[in-house]
Design a protein around this ligand. Structure first.
Ligand SMILES: Cc1cc2nc3c(=O)[nH]c(=O)nc-3n(C[C@H](O)[C@H](O)[C@H](O)COP(=O)(O)OP(=O)(O)OC[C@H]3O[C@@H](n4cnc5c(N)ncnc54)[C@H](O)[C@@H]3O)c2cc1C
Length: 371
């Protein structure tokens, strides 16, 4: 049996590892000339680490990550609004990991069989019978996995009435600093603006900033970011001072309205192609990892393929929809800009017990892999 995977990001490579572990032949078509990721960090919640354990790469990922550091949310003066009870989270759900995206991608890529990766191949069209037309010709598979991200060609081919991605109303900069002295991570919420940071295992730090803006409307280099955040609490100005201009990338944040299905015929969508969500819960890639494990287990479970893909759809669509909705809700509140609303938000957060956060995360983090 063969899985033909369109897209070699986190979701596509994880799917390749997952199908290979079930004894399937795999082939990954990636339009970029290399299997790389933007220069940024990524946080993986315990549910994602459980998926990676199922793929057999959890311990390697942990060895390349910082595990379970302290985190929370502050206001721009540095006053804590909410502190994450990471000990309790770890006790209940397991560790969290923070690592460089390139290290996650490298770990997944090195677990895909040699010869299965085809960079520089752009897919143009996919049909439900499993035929894939691309820049090098035509290929097919018993299952075709659409892991080609938020602008998915596979989604447009097999769910033609799928809604287009929508702009969330804010733009984000991601950056990795030069080596800095930083022990813990956290997010700081202002008015229509946020800044987040976390240490990476090699002594650098991963940072992001978000700002409300019209779509495509804001370009700001690192010196503009330094000015914008100059009056925010440390270590934010210090982290921006340690950031080289070339280490900053900006993306407008989009999300995908819910799809009516993740599958058509022999084709299954996965990751951002199926459920691109705003990054406010740090769950987009975590969900792509869960998808890959569930899809491979369903397809390789010996059932008729229609039943197997229907089971995948039933298992993944409601869960990812619930998580995307939560992420969007958090993003809206986090990006509030009116002073009275922000004052109220901050006051409520400061009074909310730590246990409430752990409780609210339970449906997201308590996922267990099939079988
Ligand atoms: C600011 C920000 C911060 C985030 N932080 C986190 C976090 O901390 N934790 C977390 O879990 N998630 C996070 N996410 C979400 C996460 O980055 C995505 O959910 C994840 O990368 C999706 O992976 P994917 O493989 O589905 O898609 P992608 O990473 O988009 O990969 C798709 C791949 O398909 C290829 N491709 C596209 N079209 C074609 C084609 N026609 N033919 C061939 N190949 C094609 C692309 O080149 C690409 O390599 C964040 C997102 C943002 C924007």
């Amino acid at each position: 049996m063969k899985a033909l995977i369109v897209g070699g990001g986190i979701g596509g490579l994880a799917a390749a590892v997952a199908f290979d572990r079930h004894g399937w032949q795999v082939e990954v078509l990636e339009r970029a000339d290399e299997f790389t990721e933007v220069g940024a960090g990524i946080s993986l919640w315990p549910n994602a680490l459980r998926a990676l354990d199922t793929l057999g790469v959890g311990s390697v990922v942990r060895s390349r990550a910082l595990l379970s550091m302290q985190a929370g949310i502050r206001d721009r003066t540095g006053r804590w609004l909410s502190r994450t009870d990471t000990d309790e989270l770890e006790r209940r759900f397991g560790q969290m990991a923070m690592l460089h995206r390139a290290d996650l991608l490298d770990t997944l890529r090195s677990n895909v069989p040699p010869g299965a990766l085809h960079p520089g191949v752009t897919v143009h069209e996919v049909t439900p019978d499993g035929t894939v037309r691309h820049s090098d010709g035509t290929s097919g598979g018993d299952v075709v996995v659409g892991a080609d991200g938020i602008g998915s060609v596979v989604r447009r081919s097999v769910v033609p009435d799928a809604p287009a991605p929508r702009y969330a109303g804010y733009t984000a900069w991601r950056m990795v600093t030069s080596p800095v002295d930083l022990e813990d991570g956290g997010e700081t919420w202002g008015r229509g603006t946020r800044f987040g940071y976390a240490p990476l295992p090699d002594g650098r730090a991963y940072c992001f900033a978000t700002v409300n803006a019209p779509q495509g409307g804001v370009e700001a280099d690192v010196s503009a970011l330094r000015t914008r955040f100059a009056s925010w609490h440390e270590p934010i100005p210090r982290l921006l001072a340690a950031t080289e201009p070339h280490a900053v990338a900006r993306h407008d944040i989009h999300h995908l309205p819910p799809l009516r299905t993740f599958t058509a015929g022999r084709v299954a969508l996965l990751g951002d192609a199926a459920h691109a969500m705003t990054p406010d819960l740090g769950q987009g890639a975590c969900q792509a990892l869960e998808d890959s494990v569930v899809l491979a287990a369903s397809a390789a479970g010996g059932r008729h393929m229609d039943d197997a893909l229907a089971a995948y759809d039933r298992s993944r669509r409601p869960r990812t929809r619930m998580i995307a909705r939560r992420a969007r809700r958090i993003g809206r509140v986090a990006q509030w800009s009116a002073a009275p609303a922000v004052a109220l938000r901050d006051a409520v957060m400061a009074r909310t017990p730590r246990s409430a956060l752990v409780r609210s995360l339970t449906p997201v983090l308590d996922w267990t892999p099939p079988g």
